[in-house]
Structures are given as C-alpha cells and as structure tokens.
Design a protein around this ligand. Sequence first.
Ligand code: PGA
Length: 232
Amino acid sequence: MKIIIDTKENIASLASDQFINLLKRKPNAVLGLATGSTPIDTYKQIIKKAKEQNISFKDVKTFNLDEYVNYPFYEASYRFFMDDNLFNHVDINKENTHFPSHENYLDYDNQIKACGGVDLQILGIGANGHIGFNEPNTPFDSLTHVTDLQRKTIEDNARFFSSIDEVPTKAITMGLTTIMNSKEIILIALGENKADAIKALVDNVGVSCPASILNGHDNVTIYCDKAAASKL
Ligand code: PGA
C-alpha cells in the first residue's frame, strides 16, 4: 500500500493522471467510480485533461460503488451526481455506465466480471471507515448487497439534503470483496474528520474499519491531505 500525503490540489492532479494514463493505455477500460465530496476535484481534472489531450470515453465502461434506495428526489441520486460531475462533460455512452439497484444487485458482480473486471477503482472513506456503503462490521467476503446506513453516515450525508429526515436510510453497495476484486485502487481522504479512519486503516484494525481490508490488496494508493494524515 502506497501512502501519499499532499495538498488537495496535488492529490486531484495525481489521481486524475492515474485515470488519464489508464485510458491512454486502455481506451476501453472499466472504471469503478465513487460519489461524495472527495472525488469532485479529481473528476474536474479528468474532464480538463481529457479535453486537452483528446482522450475519448466512448469505449469506457463504468460501475459506481453505490446508490441510495428510495432517494427523495432525482438530484439526490448518485446517478445525478455522476452525470453532473463527470458523465455530462465527457463523450461517454451512458449505456455503459452502471449503478447497483434493487433490480440488478444480485447480478452486479457478474456484470463487472463479464466486462473484464474493474481496472481502476476510486474510493473515498467515511469518517467511520466505510468504503462504498460498507459500514463497520460488514463481512470482508461481502459482494454487492443492500445495506442499512449507520446514524453517523446519515448525519454526514445530511448536508446534501434540506433536512436529515430526507436522507435515505438504505443503499445498495458493492461489497468489500467486490472492491478488492478491482485490479488497482485509489483511496482519497481529505480533512481532519477522516484522520481516525485513516489511522484505523493503516493500523489494519479489521472489520471495525472496513477500509482496512485494503491492506490485503497489492495495488492500492492512499492519498491523504495533511489533516487526514495527522494521526499517522
Ligand atoms: P465524502 O464521503 O467524500 O463526501 O466525504 C466519502 C464517503 O463517505 O465514502
């Protein structure tokens, strides 16, 4: 596991380079994508670099990590987030963009496999150590599944809604084994509220910090700003 401590701006630049370099090598790459505040700057840089360097997404396939169940309005969905922050700004074929749902989740891992597996997965991390919506104590052998969000996650995500009562309480998420099946993984942590989770990840505490499963993967880069790395 490589750990890189840098500024928020440099992290977005380095992480976007990993995506752009992959697409140069493999124009039909399979990308694992994440929502939340953390990857937004990376997506901005990917859009900018793809334009400048004429990188096409027309043969790219994407699989998002998670999606809410029963989101209260379309703009709260992760599909909307991805359209808004990435897909509407590159030449991707939306039919090649996938989200887990009640209808497809039992087959989601198979769909990923059928496309050749995820080449590069980007992750944020929850303040409680979750990756995707794999909350603490999710079994390490989990595949894509329906999950109840923990109170901490609901509180953290309330900032995207007008009231905490609007935040969905269930989601569908790739499992921890689904994530570990990716060929390469980037995890980005920004801000002091991620410092405990990053320490638990690096200390490899086990199921109480789901992200600590990443210690068992041989191609992971963890990007932290100074605040997120402050407890290492
Ligand atoms: P954030 O969420 O990027 O909005 O902090 C990260 C996560 O919960 O995985």
